[in-house]
Design a protein around this ligand. Sequence first.
Ligand code: SF4
Length: 393
Amino acid sequence: MRHLYLHIPFCHRRCSYCDFNTYANMEHRIAAYVDALCAELAMLREHIPPLPASPEAAALRPSIFFGGGTPSMLTPAQIERILQAAVAIVPIEQAEISLEANPGTVLGRDYLRDLRALGVNRLSMGVQSLHDPTLRMLGRIHTAAEARASYEDARSVGFESINLDFIFGLPGQDLAEWRATLQEVIRWDVDHFALYSLILEESTPLYAQVTAGRLRVPDDDLTGAMYELAMELLGQAGYRHYEISNWVRPHPADRPGAPPTLACQHNLAYWLNSDYLAAGAGAHGHVFPQRYANLRPIDNYIAAVQAGQRPIAETTPLTGADLAAETMFMGLRLDIGVSFAHFAARTGQPLTAVYGATLTELSAQGLITIDHERVRLTDRGRMLGNQVFAHFV
Ligand code: SF4
């Protein structure tokens, strides 16, 4: 199925840990940006990738993902225009349409109702913490109470698929605070969680504060214990840990050996190493045999599109070896792992012919299991994921 990522590079304020391609105080460029995004989508119609051969990838719903940045800074009318421009690429009536919403920018129930009426059917909210001093330290523009109110508003207007993002391993965070956060959000009856350990990016204010000794982050052992606590508590609450950083509520339509029904279809396309188009400033697309990255600065992006050019900054050619490696280290992130059928359909080669010796070695180390159908990480392999993935690069 076909997948489209749309980057919305505007934020009210930069969070202290963020190195995404996003800009504060650029609201005056939103209207011109939406024009440019619609024009880029018209150009992308010539570059629609073929449908996937892999059975798992073919079973996904088509998807559109509004990511950012803060897509909830756009008005419903702007989102509607973008969707109208996207319809030639992705059949939007059947699509999962996700939108990242920042609590504090979600303008109440009317706004959410309008999004739902436009066909947006999945919300992903960046909550990050339920500890107000931590939210302030991170530069977030919302409190824990506002995050909860935004979540409840989204539920009340009929969003049936809602993801909440949280970060663990934050400065000053201990296991008791993280336990309290998890216990609280489990009571909210959320469909889906994405939990990420903090990554200190060099270009960020938070990195400078930590390296200057003004803030202390938990060590690797404590951060690992937080991850294990999340696995324990969310597992006890019935969530399926279907990807290294993602948990989802079970659904009656779930089938053994298949991704969960309520999983994000768009992210599954990434993990299944499918092709996808991307539009917007700094967006990255992947249409084998190449990957492309758009111009990052908003004004450069708009100027390129206004000049009638595709706003590409860089194109990277991909080889068959790249495709095989990515298919493995992306797919092994999933609890269903990589099936022999998926690998062969995506790469044109049998898995054992490409990675037979590697699989034997990882299996002997207790990091993967292999059955007649697929290869999966063991619990230990999941804890040491990066070590496993390095074997395929
Ligand atoms: S709201 Fe999200 S994208 Fe914007 S600065 Fe904060 S973390 Fe980055």
